[in-house]
Every structure is written in C-alpha cells, then in structure tokens.
Design a protein around this ligand. Structure first.
Ligand SMILES: Cc1cc2nc3c(=O)[nH]c(=O)nc-3n(C[C@H](O)[C@H](O)[C@H](O)COP(=O)(O)OP(=O)(O)OC[C@H]3O[C@@H](n4cnc5c(N)ncnc54)[C@H](O)[C@@H]3O)c2cc1C
Length: 466
C-alpha cells in the first residue's frame, strides 16, 4: 500500500499544529505544508530589533485550555516556556480619562469606581436571575445586559470583547465568541454559579498536584517569544513546509485524488487536503469547487489590527507600568484599542534601562486606521501615552506591524454559518477546513482544533483504505 499524501494549506499555528498532530497519528504519511508567505507562523512571529523583542501578533496564551501547553511540552519546550510576571495580573481600563484597575476579586469589585452600586448589586444577585428560555442567539452586549445591567455590558463586556476580538459587542454572537461563558448559564443557570462550581472542581482536580503561583489563569510565552513554538513545530515536521507556495484552487481529479493548483505550473496531488488559511482565502480556493461553500466562507468578516510597538528609556516613563496594560472601550472610538506593557509581562522584552509598550489599533470600529501612514499612527499612540501615562519624551524605538484582516469576527449567525460550512465541506470527501475563522480565535482554540482535525483526517484515510 502506498503512503497517504496530505496537503495542508497555510503554515500558521493551525496548519503547523495540524500537520504535526497528523504526523504523530500516521507516521507513514507524507505531509506537505504549503505557505504563501515568505515565512511560516502566520500572525505569530517575534522579531528582535535594537534589543527589543516585538511580537507581531499574539503576545501569549492562557493555560485555561490545555492544548497549547500540552503541545509545547510534547515538543520539549518546557525549559523555554515563561510565565507572565506577577504584576501582569493587574489590568486597567481607560475610564473617564484615567486608568482604573479592572476588579480582580470580591473586594476590588465592591470598591471599583467603574460600576455603580446598582450594577454591583446586579452582579451579586445574578445567580437568582432566571436563565434565558428558548435558544434564540444573543449578542455579547444583550447577554450581559440581560444577566446584569447595561452599564456592565458597556464597560466589562466591552473590555472583554475589545481585548480578544477587537469587535463590536452588539454584533458578536455570545455563544460563538464566548462559548464557555454562554454554556455556564445553560448548565448552572447562572454565570457566577458556574464559575464558582468550575473553580471548585478545578481545585479538586489539581489537589496534590504542583501548581505555581496564583490560583487564577496564567499567561505563557517563550523566552524568545512565540516564534519559538512555530519554529519548533516546523523543525519537527519530516518534510519542511514550502514557503512562497500559494494555493489558488483545489479540485478532485479523475483518479479520486485532490489536485492542488498554485500560480503558473505549481501542482500538487493529495489524498486529503486541509485548508487552514483565513476564511476569505479558503473562499477563493474553493470557488470553482463549490460556489455556496465559497460564499459562506467569504461572508466571515474580519477586523484590522495594527501593532504599534514603542520602546522608551525607563527614566522617561513616569508610570510604574505595574500591570498587563490597559484597554480602551470601543464605544469611545479612540485611536487605540489598548496597550500591552510587554516588558512588564514577560522578562527579556526590552534592553536594560528601557521598557516596551505595544499598542493595538484599529478593530471593527476603526477600520480607517489600517490605511494610516506610519508617522500618523506613532503620533496618535504617543498622544495617548502622553495623556494617559504622562510620557512626553520621544520613543527610542518603534516598529509597526499591520494586519489589515487580522481577527475574524464571529457575528450573529456565526454558529449556523459554521454548521452549513461543515455540511457543505463534508460533501467533498477528503477536504477539511480549519483555522481561526471557525471555532475560536485564540491560539488555544487553533491548537485544540488541530487535534480535532487530525483525528477526522486520520479516520477518513483509514476508512478510505489509504
Ligand atoms: C494583533 C493580534 C494579536 C493577537 N493576540 C493574541 C493573543 O495574545 N493570544 C492568542 O491566543 N491569540 C491572539 N491572536 C489570535 C491568534 O494569533 C490567531 O487566531 C492565530 O495565530 C491564527 O492562526 P491560524 O494558523 O489559524 O491563522 P494565520 O496565522 O492567519 O495563518 C494562516 C496562514 O495561511 C497562509 N495563507 C493564506 N493564504 C494562503 C494560500 N492561498 N496558500 C497558502 N497559504 C496561505 C498565511 O500566509 C498564513 O501564514 C492575535 C491576533 C492578532 C492579529
């Protein structure tokens, strides 16, 4: 029997982790990863310049889901992993022209100036509110407003959405964007009851096991940045990914195999093909195969994210920067969605005597920023830092990274759209779709889905006798 051949389109974390998981499941297979860009990693990349370590995309991953931690351990990266510094526990919200601590526990919640007593009372009594009847889909804004108050929907829920999706809480679907929170209401009748029950269960599960530091979730990365993860994945693949290989079309051929076409004469064949590139690229690739599938994929909207990393001399920054950074509510339509204080989060992000701050600009409401010139972006961020952090001095370093279609938006109807996408894709035997546009935008979701997809592909090949 000949070796099964699998082509994976896209070498972001979804593509690399899927290829690696498949290689572990079917060691006799031939797996080829095709990447259109000149490097692997997709939105994950870390660049060292002038002693600063700038993340181009994600800054870290949480240990609330095990998938990325387990993948890293499996790759032998334990000693390279770094945990966020204790101060990074604190997060701030830009509120009434100043930074206010986001509550971290019961007492900080009771005393926070972010919320009125009415809202605090609504949270304390949330467990007594009846759960929603029926299964009509709700936006993130409507979900929080129904469970608590409009004020909470406009402050805390907005902050949650801004920090993860850079989207509009009134457009994003609660069960698609925050499935875990939405399911707490279904399973326990209340979000708070569910969180409490799950925390107790987690403590019971980890009883006796060693856990470092605080009991809350931890943010992780690697000594040399997240690039370590994608480069290690790349190095573990038997056949290295081919960069500069853009896939234009996939079509079944007469022998029942997949013909994968690139520009010009580039051609590959495979028993199974896995598309992990962004949904709008998947749409182009399947356009000749299945117009309806292409339309469903092409309908997933994206928000731009522009990273403006500025390095300062420590002495030029009057603030202690003791925290993760701050979020700017989207309803302010500000030039910044927020700022991450990179050198306060992980060690080794700035040279001695300097700090590194990373502003994320754009988002759903400020798509105009994607076309701003570099100088204008730097100026806007500097103005904000002057107002909020009191930094008047010029940065000693700057780096801008643009993601014009950075983060997929799980708008109302997303779950139904994904269901239809999967039904249509399932009709094309040997074609599989994954990536951050379908089941979660965080790195953890991508690595989790990589395992799910590898299982499906392995089962398909076994059933097909390949
Ligand atoms: C600014 C920013 C900050 C973020 N912060 C965090 C964070 O802190 N924590 C977190 O967990 N997540 C974060 N995310 C989200 C997370 O980074 C992404 O969801 C995840 O990395 C997506 O991985 P992916 O492989 O699915 O897609 P991508 O990284 O987009 O990879 C897709 C790959 O497909 C390639 N490709 C496209 N078209 C073709 C084609 N036709 N042929 C071949 N290849 C093709 C692309 O070049 C790319 O390399 C952030 C995202 C951004 C943009």
């Amino acid at each position: 029997m000949r070796m099964p051949r699998i082509v994976v389109v896209g070498a972001g974390i979804s593509g690399l982790a899927t290829a690696y998981a498949l290689q572990n499941r079917i060691p006799t297979s031939e797996i080829l990863v095709l990447e259109s860009a000149s490097r692997i990693g997709g939105t994950i990349w870390s660049e060292r310049c002038d002693g600063f370590l700038v993340e181009h995309g994600p800054n870290g991953f949480l240990d609330t889901k095990p998938s990325t931690v387990q993948l890293s351990i499996g790759l032998g990266l334990n000693d390279e992993m770094v945990c966020a510094l204790p101060a990074a526990r604190h997060r701030y919200l830009f509120h009434k022209d100043r930074l206010v601590w986001l509550p971290e526990g019961f007492w900080s919640f009771l005393t926070t100036p972010l919320l009125s007593w009415r809202s605090k009372w609504a949270v304390l009594t949330e467990r007594f509110r009846s759960p929603k009847s029926g299964d009509a889909e709700e936006s993130v804004h409507d979900f929080f407003r129904r469970r608590t108050t409009t004020e909470i929907a406009e402050t805390l829920a907005d902050a949650l959405v801004t920090g993860i999706h850079a989207g509009d809480p009134k457009l994003l679907s609660m069960p698609a964007a925050f499935p875990r929170l939405a399911s707490l209401e279904r399973e326990y009748g209340s979000i708070l009851k569910g969180i409490k029950y799950q925390a107790r269960h987690q403590r019971w599960l980890t009883k006796g096991k060693q856990r470092s530091g605080s009991s809350g979730s931890r943010i992780l990365s690697f000594r040399d940045g997240l690039r370590t993860l994608v480069e290690t994945l790349q190095s573990k693949l038997k056949t290295p990914p081919i960069v500069g290989a853009e896939v234009r079309r996939v079509l079944p051929d007469a022998s029942g195999q997949w013909a994968i076409q690139g520009p010009g004469q580039d051609r590959w064949t495979a028993d199974a093909v896995i598309l992990t590139c962004p949904a709008y690229r998947q749409a182009e690739i399947v356009a000749d195969l299945d117009g309806e599938l292409a339309e469903l994929l092409g309908g997933i909207a994206y928000a731009p994210a522009i990273v403006v990393a500025l390095g300062y001399r420590r002495e030029d920054v009057p603030q202690s920067l003791d925290g993760f950074g701050y979020i700017v509510p989207q309803r302010l339509w500000a030039d910044l969605l927020g700022s991450q204080w990179c050198s306060s989060i992980f060690p080794g992000r700035a040279p001695d005597g300097c700090v590194l701050l990373r502003a994320i600009c754009g988002g759903w409401h400020r798509q105009d920023l994607a076309s701003w010139e570099a100088d204008r972006l730097v100026e806007a961020v500097r103005r904000h830092y002057h107002q909020v952090l009191g930094i008047a001095a010029a940065p000693v370093f700057h780096r801008i990274v643009r993601w014009p279609r950075g983060i997929p938006q799980y708008h109302l109807g997303h779950l139904e759209r994904v269901r239809r996408i999967e039904v249509r894709a399932g009709a094309h035997r040997g074609l599989f779709l994954t990536g951050n546009a379908l089941h979660g935008v965080a790195m953890n979701d991508c690595t989790e889905q990589a395992e799910v997809t590898a299982d499906r592909v392995a089962a398909y090949l076994a059933a097909a006798g390949r």
